[in-house]
Ligand binder design. Structure first.
Ligand code: 5GP
Length: 201
């Protein structure tokens, strides 16, 4: 029987570069990694596509999904709901694919409760100043929003010890390589456990 895939969660404060890291990880076929597309109530941006970037939902639709137990985790971020579709993740795992969630830290900790076998990875910036500069330079948020995100980053960093692995995103290539090393190692260890279990059956 085919081994199930592993669930990897990448999280970290806004501006640490987790999106870029995930893009790089998904490009490398050796990682056998597939992105879980989330549901959100936030408005679709011009460059985004339904079912590719997100599944866009109304607040009522989203609340219905919560009540029906369709979400593996969900969180409110900047006044919008975001959540991971349980069925899609389980289907990919059953197909032997490794699944990647790129989500904010409240949601990542919910995954830890609802799916304890998930491997939680936390990305941190090299310094507080660097985080602030990255948020300013990407030019997506207002000054007030940047301040909010920096305040949130303090609480988020305090939760870092709850993750399985922590990575400093100082140099993108090196950070991606470190994460890929962990993906490989986790797969190797899980395969070994599965082999051992077969000896018992
Ligand atoms: P954006 O609106 O910029 O696409 O995403 C805002 C934040 O929501 C990002 O930190 C992103 O990682 C996070 N996010 C995206 N999808 C999910 C999800 O399904 N669950 C949670 N908890 N956060 C998500």
């Amino acid at each position: 029987m085919m081994n199930k895939g592993l669930l990897f969660v990448i999280s970290g404060p806004s501006g640490t570069g987790k999106g870029t890291i995930c893009d790089e990880l998904l490009k490398n076929e050796n990682n056998n990694l597939f992105l879980s597309i989330s549901a959100t109530t936030r408005e679709k941006r011009k460059d985004e596509t339904e079912g590719v970037t997100y599944y866009y939902k109304t607040i009522d639709e989203f609340k219905r999904m919560i009540n029906n137990g369709e979400l593996l985790e969900h969180a409110v971020y900047n006044g919008n709901y975001y959540g991971t579709l349980r069925k899609n993740v389980e289907q990919m795992l059953d197909e032997g694919k490794n699944v990647l969630l790129e989500i904010e830290p409240q949601g990542a900790l919910n995954v830890k409760c609802n799916f304890p076998e998930a491997i939680l990875m936390f990305v941190i910036p090299p310094s507080a100043d660097e985080l602030k500069n990255r948020l300013i330079n990407r030019g997506r948020e207002s000054e007030e929003q940047i301040e909010k995100r920096l305040n949130a980053a303090k609480w988020e960093l305090e939760q870092a010890c709850k993750y399985s692995h922590i990575f400093v995103n100082d140099n993108l290539d090196e950070c991606v390589k470190e994460i890929e090393k962990i993906i490989k190692e986790e797969n190797k260890n899980r395969n070994k456990v599965n082999e051992l279990l077969k000896e018992w059956n």
